[in-house]
Ligand binder design. Sequence first.
Ligand code: B12
Length: 243
Amino acid sequence: MKEKNVAFDYTEKVKDRIISLGADLVGIADVEPLKELKVDPPDLLKHFTRAVSIALKLPAAVFEEISARPTPIYKSVYQTANLTLDQIAFRTAMALQDDGHYSLPIPASQVLDQENWYAAISHKAVARMAGLGWQGKNLLLITPKYGSRVRLVTVLTNVPLDVDGPIKNRCGDCTACQDACPAGAIKGISTESHYKNRDEALYFSRCKEKTVGEFAKIPEVGVPICGICIKVCPFGREKSVKK
Ligand code: B12
């Protein structure tokens, strides 16, 4: 009789459970290459071997309603998505823990270094290594099905789940995000893997001035969001455009 692949079966069970909690995409990254990342605290990854990347799609119409600035509805969707992802990550980590595996949910949107804008770990890097999408010219994770209209969360764990691999960048010659960025922040440079730093892809200070310095100061918005480079990305846009 053929031997059962226990790791594969358990990985599928974990992924199915995450989807049943309401996630739209899930993938598994090996932690080893992620050790190059700046993380907070610096030994964050020490006790973990795998990073589970979880994506939640966003209502595409919300982006179609955005023209020059983020809308109050987008702010609400952003908050709901963060809360939903935090709950999915929490429940995933607890289920893994109940199965005997040391596991840590990383918040969807918690900034630890307010001066340099760093979180505990980059969800985009985890998602890319877990095969959910590629890092696009807008610096965001672009998924084949939903484009960048997804928010992300990560669960770190020490169970040897089967690992997924990165997928190929499909931005090609497209300059939609570069052309539309209201801050003129996107340089339009493509990467086969990932950017060495944010400045390779962005005039980061321009993006920050627009989102943090301008949009977050709109009273009914109040958070550093924008949404325009998400809206114009052709991946996943087709079904959302008003007919
Ligand atoms: C701080 C922050 C901001 C700051 C700074 C943004 C920035 N570019 O760092 C501000 C307020 C400006 C901002 C703006 C936005 N943000 Co923001 N932000 C974050 C937050 C909380 C931390 C980001 C961080 O630590 N960056 C540090 C840098 C160095 O990491 P990085 O940006 O991911 O880029 C590096 C890695 O990805 C790396 N990489 C990629 N693959 C690999 C693989 C390996 C092995 C390695 C070593 C590295 C690597 O290459 C990049 C360059 O070094 C994250 C949540 C999180 N924990 O990740 C959300 C997050 C990145 N933001 C998000 C979004 C959507 C936005 C906005 C569109 C606003 C909005 N919601 O409308 C804009 C887009 C700006 C842009 N085009 O980059 C989403 C992105 C979702 C997606 N589909 O990609 C995230 C992931 C939140 C979430 N939970 O979904 N954000």
